[in-house]
Design a protein around this ligand. Sequence first.
Ligand SMILES: *Cc1c(COP(=O)(O)O)cnc(C)c1O
Length: 388
Amino acid sequence: MALNFFTQTLEQLKQAGQLRQLPQLEHQGKWIVRAGRKMLNMSSNDYLGLASDERLRGQFLQKYQENLPHFTSSSSRLLTGSFPIYDEFEQLLAQRFQRQAALLFNSGYHANIGILPAITDKKTLIIADKLVHASLIDGIRLSEAKYIRYRHNDMAHLADLLTKNHQDFDRIIIVTESIFSMDGDYADLVQLVAFKQEFENVLLYVDEAHAIGACGKTGLGLAEELGCIQHIDFLVGTFGKALASQGAYVVCDQVVRDYLVNKMRPLIFSTALAPFNVAWTHFLFEQLPSFAARRQHLNQLSEQLREQLAQMMPSTMPSQSYIVPYILGDNHRTLSVAQHLQQQGYYCLPIRPPTVPKGTSRIRLSLTADMKETELAQFLDCLRKGIK
Ligand SMILES: *Cc1c(COP(=O)(O)O)cnc(C)c1O
């Protein structure tokens, strides 16, 4: 009886075309095999193609050979889970970003649900972009701060909210992603930094999950591309996407790092990442500047996809990056177009509410640096035929 509620809810989700299920997948480099069908993965976050690079994996194992790092830290870092590779990597991060300090976390989700509650109190106001990631929303919900959201990338709206509210709070924290995960557009980091100069109690929190590695001259993200690294108080990123690993970081002032070590619950009360994993991330991050050719190729592919898609559907095309949404609106139509593309050999996934706002169901296309121009051209042909 008590389980009826769950059954009914699932049935409602199914009716609405919103039922989620865990797929059974097999990975073969840039291809995905599902139910016996091999498809080009158009839904990957492996933007640089590092995750499927056998050569890099071989080099890493070669480097350590018989002296493999531990597969578990067995504890929180505040107890016995701290290993030298952590400090080494944090120092490398701080040095590359030319900032005072860095701190590692178990995931981007941990970072966002941990930092925001730690750095805020009842006298703090969080002002967040309307489209920020669920992990940031959850971080805000766990905090004591009051919060407001501004219309997506609408700097005039944000200016208005700052003017109205800045005198009523000790601190205001502006929260945004840099490259938005579902629209692929950029936050106006330069204007956000300018707000910090205008309002002295404003701090900036920027999530670079989709930009780190794939964007910026040496791969340090959109903040590098726009010359803003020094001005962002909490510069957060994850290693699970372009960096082909797992975990996350914040780059910040030393005082912020010291504060988080004392106050951030997911850091204090969770077993630290495995040293093996941190060593792998360190191995890839060290080489990040040398992946410039991959970033350039990714940019070229992205430009082609954005241009061609904009011609096919003259409506809005927000993307400025390798994440390109093909917005269909209706849930069921989005599902059927995704299924059609999968039948044609492209692993495209429907993204529906509540992940994106109602009426904006889409296929989120993402590109990786190991795709060939000919592969993209064939995909675009297929899409054109499908739209007719
Ligand atoms: C993926 C993602 C996260 C979560 O990072 P994980 O390391 O996968 O937990 C956080 N923020 C944004 C914007 C993301 O896209």
